[in-house]
Design a protein around this ligand. Structure first.
Ligand code: FMN
Length: 173
């Protein structure tokens, strides 16, 4: 699939069919994820793959009852090992770079999954401590993004965007 087709065609999917994802597809998606850039190539990301229904329910509870998380074949919890970046870049690494790094990974995952025929949704509304407890995250490892991945059971209409020219400034604001 052409990269522009993937970028334009991807939508947030919040309803999934109960079909498993072959490990080879999941691996391909995650490999696309880690092809993302990261500050100083520190690669602060850690992934927790959640398939077990009970564990998925813990994530649903931590995410204000967003039940579609449990419908998806897997939920990928993208974490940042903050010290990996902070060790090199201090506060900027801790507070900014590791967040940006995981966001870049997440977008690659969305696009790769879409290109393989899967639906995803970026889930950021969750209680970080509750997710950390559910996945037994070690100290210094922050769960930052959750991505359910599965066969889509809906085809949402494209979402709107403010016109580019309203948000683009030549040389300065
Ligand atoms: C940082 C971030 C957090 C988000 N958190 C949630 C969330 O918790 N639950 C949800 O259903 N969608 C969430 N979304 C998805 C957005 O609602 C969605 O991307 C937006 O409405 C545009 O729709 P589209 O993805 O179909 O283009 C989040 C997106 C981002 C980038």
């Amino acid at each position: 699939m052409d990269v522009f087709e993937a970028i334009k065609g991807r939508r947030s999917i919040r309803s999934f069919a109960p079909e498993p994802i072959p490990d080879a597809d999941l691996e391909k998606i995650l490999e696309a994820g880690i092809a993302a850039p990261s500050a100083g190539n520190c690669q602060p990301w850690e992934f927790v793959i959640v398939k077990d229904p009970e564990n998925k329910q813990k994530l649903v509870q931590a995410a204000r009852g967003q039940s579609f998380l449990a419908e998806a074949a897997v939920v990928v919890v993208i974490c940042a090992d903050v010290n990996r970046t902070a060790g090199r870049y201090g506060d900027r690494g801790r507070n900014l770079y590791c967040i940006q790094d995981t966001a870049a990974v997440a977008q690659n995952i969305h696009l790769a999954a879409y290109a393989l025929g899967y639906g995803t949704c970026w889930v950021g509304a969750f209680d970080e401590k509750a997710v950390a407890a559910a996945i037994k995250a070690p100290d210094g490892v922050r769960p930052l993004i959750m991505i359910p991945i599965g066969k889509p059971r809906e085809k949402p209409k494209p979402t709107s965007r403010a016109p580019l020219k309203e948000r683009t400034h030549l040389e300065s604001f």
